[in-house]
Design a protein around this ligand. Structure first.
Ligand code: IDP
Ligand code: MG
Length: 151
C-alpha cells in the first residue's frame, strides 16, 4: 500500500537539549503520519559511524560523530503517504540557512553542524536506518483516524 512508506526521523542531541522533541513530534503527528516506533537513546560512536557510513571520509565526519554522541537522541519511525520525501521537506535543507521558514530547520536552527534533526533521504536508506536503530522491530497497531487522513 502506497500510504505505508516508512521513514527514520531522529531528534539530534541539540534538539533534545533545546527542548524541541515535542515540537518535532507534533509536526509529524499533525501532518497525519503514524508513529510506529520511538525511543530515547544515547548512541555509541560505533553505532553512529554505521548510521553515517556514507559520509565517512568527509572532513566534517569526526565532528559529526562527536556531536551525535554528545547526548541522547530521539529515534522514531513515522509511516504514511510518501513519508520519506515529505519528511525531508518538513525538515528543510541540510544547511538551516538555506531552509525555508515553516520547515523544522528553517524555524529552529542556524548552523549545518547543529541542525537538530535527521530524516532518511531515500526509501532504501530508510529501511537500512530503521533496521539499524530498531532491530527489535516496529510497533503494529491500528489507528482509527487513518480513514480521515487517507482516501
Ligand atoms: P542531511 O542530514 O540533510 O541528510 P547529510 O549530507 O546526509 O545531510 O549530512 C548528515 C549531517 O552531517 C547533516 O545533517 C549535518 O548535521 C552534518 N553535516 C553535513 N554537511 C556538513 C558540513 O559541511 N559541516 C558540518 N556538518 C555537516
Ligand atoms: Mg543524510
Amino acid at each position: 500500500m502506497s500510504n505505508k512508506e516508512q521513514t527514520y526521523i531522529m531528534v539530534k542531541p541539540d534538539g533534545v537539549q533545546r527542548g524541541l522533541v515535542g515540537e518535532i513530534i507534533a509536526r509529524f503527528e499533525k501532518r497525519g503520519f503514524k508513529l510506529v516506533a520511538m525511543k530515547l537513546v544515547h548512541a555509541t560512536t560505533e553505532h553512529l559511524e554505521k548510521h553515517y557510513a556514507d559520509l565517512k571520509g568527509k572532513p566534517f565526519f569526526p565532528g559529526l560523530i562527536k556531536y551525535m554522541a554528545s547526548g541522547p537522541v530521539v529515534a522514531m519511525v513515522w509511516e504514511g503517504l510518501d513519508a520519506v520525501k515529505t519528511g525531508r521537506v518538513m525538515l528543510g535543507a541540510t544547511n538551516p540557512l538555506a531552509s525555508a521558514p515553516g520547515t523544522i530547520r528553517g524555524d529552529y536552527a542556524l548552523a549545518v553542524g547543529r541542525n537538530i534533526c535527521h530524516g532518511s533521504d531515500a526509501v532504501d536508506s530508510a529501511q537500512k536506518e530503521i533496521a539499524l536503530w530498531f532491530p527489535e522491530g516496529l510497533v503494529q497497531y491500528s489507528n482509527t483516524l487513518e480513514g480521515w487522513v487517507f482516501e
